[in-house]
Write a protein that binds this ligand. Structure first.
Ligand code: G1P
Length: 305
């Protein structure tokens, strides 16, 4: 996917056994209030492109055809974003803005997008379970849109390779500091290949002294469909929510699971400062915005208190 604003790598046919994905996007976005009174958090931009578009582009690149957005009431703008906008396209064409018109059209053709509404925010595991009927009995990818990951090879594609090799669930991990483990799901795992780990256990938001490692789960999962019956049996865990991590812990009792220390840069789009950092780095990495961004940074008044 790289840093380019609308660059897409052609899907690799041999890596396309997974057709469906779930994108949980039902949260209130309290860290972004007051904006999120009216705008779903997932539509906030990194430089000039909504966070969720990065995730759906990554899925389309990995060969996914059907994306199930898990939303909540008041977030209708998310589905709307992915619907065709023929009037807007026509006006752009008529005004000579052909590239813009094509960019707009490209968004609605990324994938077949459907939504399911999570009536109550009972946790990430519950959000994924809400998509059970839409996914059915096949492996699927989960992308958490807050976790924006850029790099030469999109992370979902990296994970597909591991999934194909082992025929099992795969979770993306990155090393974090001991102090940071409490914000993540953490795996207990041993390395079986370069950056590939066999998972022995998972724990959601552990205290640093209880963490089995410093390998933290970031928001990418390839899950076998049996995870749904596990999620149905999952009781509320950390912060009293039905955790995906706990459901995966049950799945692990039935079948193997792998973790991939992926290559790429992950941004935390879930906080205003994370979003600011992401925008700055993307702007610095893009040819059309790099020089002006450097100039802005150099001219910042750093003496201000
Ligand atoms: C969620 C998951 C957690 C994962 C994290 C990645 O936590 O529950 O396991 O490590 O996303 O961003 P949240 O950020 O919703 O607290």
């Amino acid at each position: 996917m790289g840093f380019g604003s609308n660059v897409r790598i052609a899907p690799v046919a041999k890596l396309a056994p997974i057709r469906k994905a779930v994108v949980p996007a039902a949260g209130l976005g309290t860290r972004f209030l007051p904006t999120t009174k009216a705008v779903p958090k997932e539509l906030l931009p990194i430089l000039d492109k909504p966070m969720i578009q990065y995730g759906v582009e990554e899925l389309a690149d990995a060969g996914v055809e059907h994306v199930v957005l898990v939303t909540s009431h008041g977030k209708e703008g998310l589905a709307q974003f992915f619907r065709p906008s023929p009037e807007l396209e026509q006006r752009l064409f008529d005004g000579g803005a052909v590239e813009l018109a094509e960019m707009v059209r490209g968004i609605s053709s990324l994938a077949h997008i459907t939504t399911v509404v999570q009536e109550q925010q009972l946790g990430l595991g519950h959000a994924v379970l809400t998509a059970k009927e839409s996914i059915g009995d096949e492996p699927f990818i989960v992308v958490l849109p807050d976790d924006v990951i850029v790099g030469d090879v999109p992370v979902s594609r990296q994970m597909l390779e591991v999934h194909q090799r082992y025929g099992a669930s795969v979770v993306a991990v990155q090393e974090v500091t001991r102090e940071a483990v409490g914000s993540y799901g953490v795996v207990d795992a041993h390395e079986v290949g370069k950056g590939i780990y066999k998972v022995r256990g998972l724990v959601e938001k552990p205290a640093p002294e209880d963490a089995p490692s410093n390998l933290a789960v970031v928001g990418r999962y390839i899950l076998m469909p049996e995870v749904f019956s596990c999620l149905e049996r999952t009781s509320p865990g950390a912060i009293s929510e039905i955790q995906l991590t706990d459901g995966m812990g049950l799945l692990l009792e039935e079948q193997p699971m792998y973790a991939l220390r992926f290559e790429g840069t992950r941004y935390d789009g879930g906080t205003p400062l994370g979003l600011l950092k992401a925008s700055l780095e993307v702007a610095l990495n893009r040819e059309d915005t790099r020089d002006r961004t450097l100039e802005i940074i150099r001219n910042l008044d750093l003496e201000q208190p």
